[in-house]
Structures are given as structure tokens and as C-alpha cells.
Design a protein. Structure first.
Length: 116
């Protein structure tokens, strides 16, 4: 079965950096786009970044120039490098894959807190 396991969250000061990882299993990782979403406290989940199977990337305007998504198909892992973090980046971060319409899978989430 499809499994996504995030790691790397934590507490960081404004202006700092964190790197998130998501280890995937149960499907042919290299064939599918991967997404990072986040859900700030009391708000809806939002799409942060996407990387296609070919390596093309897109970002939410709020993180463009600060966050970078990448993937290692040999390790079945997708990464999110977050720099110049702001308090408004505080959220639970989730990785996601859409295998086919109606079959969207999520990790358990990892908490990122940006605070002094």
C-alpha cells in the first residue's frame, strides 16, 4: 500500500532554515508528481510546491524564492528546503501524491514552527 512518511520539522527562529523529507513506498515513485501542502493553525490546507515526474517545479507565490522542492528517485524521497522562514510559515506540512483521480495519498504531517 502507498505510504508517505514526512520528517524534518521542528522549531526555528525567523530567518532560519529547515529541510523536510518525505519517504514514499508502495508505488512507482518516479512516475508521479509529488506535492507539499501545509495547514496553518485554524486555516485550510494549501498547496506549497509541486515537482513533476520530469523534475519541473511550481510554487505558491507566498514561498517563491524561499522554498525549493526536489526529488531523489533512487531513494523514493521528495524534499522541501525552506529558507528565510517567517512566522506565517508555521503549519503542519504534508506530502501528497495523486496516483489516479480519486486516489490521493497523504503523509501524517510534520510540524514546522517559526518563532523567536
Amino acid at each position: 500500500q502507498v505510504q508517505l512518511v514526512e520528517s524534518g520539522g521542528g522549531l526555528v527562529q525567523p530567518g532560519g532554515s529547515l529541510s523536510l523529507s518525505c519517504a514514499a513506498s508502495g508505488y512507482i515513485f518516479r512516475l508521479y508528481a509529488m506535492n507539499w501542502y501545509r495547514q496553518p493553525p485554524g486555516k485550510q490546507r494549501e498547496l506549497v510546491a509541486t515537482i513533476t515526474s520530469g523534475g519541473s517545479t511550481t510554487y505558491a507565490n507566498s514561498v517563491k524564492g524561499r522554498f525549493s522542492i526536489s526529488r531523489d528517485n533512487a531513494k523514493n524521497t521528495v524534499y522541501l528546503q525552506m529558507n528565510s522562514l517567517k512566522p506565517e510559515d508555521t503549519a503542519v506540512y504534508y506530502c501528497n501524491v495523486l496516483i489516479r483521480p480519486g486516489n490521493s495519498y497523504w503523509g501524517q504531517g510534520t510540524q514546522v514552527t517559526v518563532s523567536s
